[in-house]
Design a protein. Structure first.
Length: 188
């Protein structure tokens, strides 16, 4: 996982839009986030995968959102400038709002492999995170209030290792995710 830099203007616009989203009506969330994002929960998934019992249903408590066309364009251009790559190779993937207590259970991301660039807003620093698992090691990446991160989600269908990751938050957290493409496939 790599942290990238953005302009102050982009950071302020993104955080302003994200903060406004967190004022929307909230849906009821289940209270299993800490359990379903724990290290031991991933070990249970591994055991169920080993004996072919895991149902493959990833539990999550989040709301899909749609950033304005203007904001999406500004973010896309920021990614293209930071890397640098042509802006038409930066594809919007999804935008989600995790309310306090929100989470995404451990997943291997197999449905969206490739390089991802994410803009992340957290209402308070160090109260939300993305945790990854690779080669027997867990790494927790705490959000700092505003983050611009890039990481690679593997494709097990091509023989790559599984990129296990999870998200949990105690505060409002908004993520806008883009996938970086080459002509016809993921970039880099």
């Amino acid at each position: 996982m790599k942290t990238l830099h953005v302009t102050k203007d982009i950071r302020e616009k993104f955080c302003s839009h994200a903060a406004a989203i967190t004022k929307l009506p909230r849906k009821e969330i289940d209270k299993n986030g800490k359990k379903r994002t724990s290290d031991t929960w991933l070990q249970m998934i591994f055991e169920e995968l080993r004996v072919a019992k895991y149902d493959g249903v990833w539990h999550k408590t989040r709301t899909k959102i749609q950033p304005s066309g203007e904001l999406e364009g500004l973010l896309r251009q920021q990614i293209a400038t930071a890397l640098p790559i042509p802006a038409d190779l930066v594809t919007f993937n999804e935008a989600v709002w995790y309310p306090p207590g929100g989470y995404h259970e451990w997943t291997d991301g197999v449905t969206s492999p490739g390089w991802h660039a994410q803009f992340i807003y957290a209402a308070q620093p160090d109260r939300s995170f993305m945790k990854t698992y690779h080669d027997g090691h867990f790494t927790t990446h705490f959000d700092k209030g505003f983050d611009f991160r890039m990481f690679y989600v593997t494709n097990p269908n091509r023989g790559e290792f599984r990129y296990w990751h999870t998200v949990y938050t105690e505060v409002d957290r908004v993520v806008v995710d883009f996938i970086l493409r080459k002509r016809g496939r993921s970039a880099f």
